[in-house]
Write a protein that binds this ligand. Sequence first.
Ligand SMILES: *Cc1c(COP(=O)(O)O)cnc(C)c1O
Length: 458
Amino acid sequence: MLFHSTRGGDKNKDFASILMQGLADDGGLFMPDHWPQVDLEKIKGLQSFVEVAKEIVPLFTSSSFTQEETIKIVENTWHDFEHQDLVGIQTIENISVLELFHGPTAAFKDFGLQLAAAFFNEVLEKEDKTAIVLGATSGDTGSAAIDACRSYARIKSFIMLPNGNMSEVQRRQMSTIEAENVFALRINGTFDDCQDLVKQAFIQRDFLKPDQYLLAVNSINWTRIVGQICYYFFAYNRLANHQNLNFSIPTGNFGNVFACYSAFKMGLPIKTISVAVNDNDILHRFFATNDYSKKQVHETISPSMDISVASNFERLVYDFFLDRSTSKCAELFNNFPNQGIELDEATWNKKNALFSSSSVDDAATQAIIQSINNEHHYLLDPHTAVAMQESIKSSTSTDHYVVLATAHPAKFPDIYKKLAIDLSEIPMALKGLYDKTEYLHHFDANYDEITSFINSRN
Ligand SMILES: *Cc1c(COP(=O)(O)O)cnc(C)c1O
């Protein structure tokens, strides 16, 4: 299994290359050359999440790792989870809530990033090299990346946090880490400023040692998607008795939705993928009105979904809408975001076969949190609540909805204070955060100052 770019200019790459490279040379996103198929009967009979992952992950890694190597990595990858199955499943009326927040940073991003980090380390060991991880985060990616990489001495992580809409818990998860290879940089600027600095660093690379890798941990890294595909098959393992499975997904950069779509292409029977967004509604505008155009970001109470463009969406356009035409995809995305995307009517209408979408504002999100808490004594985090609405409307005894619970509510304590709801349960991962010392390195959005700091610590 080799990989190629959605824009056609970068192809025949093996797994290790696209892992370490992140973005394709032509600006596109890497895709597998074909969709491997999964034996559903086999999946049904497996006992654990890791057993499921051992069926899925090797399908994508065989160009660089033997089956035995991959299985060994998979068996040792996911660590510090508080739930014995890694994933929890709760039932609320006729809806299943897939709890993906039992990992060490209390959001689903631990699944993808722990897998990516384990493979990063494997490549670095094989080649006897070191790497710098450089990322920008507005929410949960940074802490999951830091946590996933901190135990690997060959990797140093530098994560930039903007001044902006991030909960104090989220910030403290990054700033209170005591490890010699982890640095949290507080940037006096916006998330977009931080992303621009990361982009510039990937072009200039002037602060790296010879032979050192610069690794991207953003959601376009294919290995993150692979880690996430695993939990859709695990959901099937546990819920296969339901006639029709539908997944409702709190969505920002579209990584989670694309993992769900990938599982569908690999044989998972899914009726509807429901894309749920907050007021940052570029994806809802696309699915509802065929308008994919960039607008300004609004701050909401579900900050990890506050995006202006959804980076993984290009993969869906390429595979699902354009039937893998790299030339058409390049034409659309080389001009984006300067020019918005509108598909021709027949192409756009393909969505009706698999997708629905909704945009839920802060007031409605809070109302859902309140009502589910009152009626079912179950506390939704604000991201999960955004995806709950459509499930409540659409789940029936024959049409079963699975809502992805992407973060633990305790990451966002201010919201519950405002709603006068007690946060009774604090996961181990978040305990004691307020008593710890913060180690933040403050910078203006200045490339030279930031890279000379990286240099001094490298
Ligand atoms: C990152 C994140 C999302 C958005 O996921 P995407 O894969 O970027 O669409 C939703 N909820 C939470 C809690 C997140 O951390």
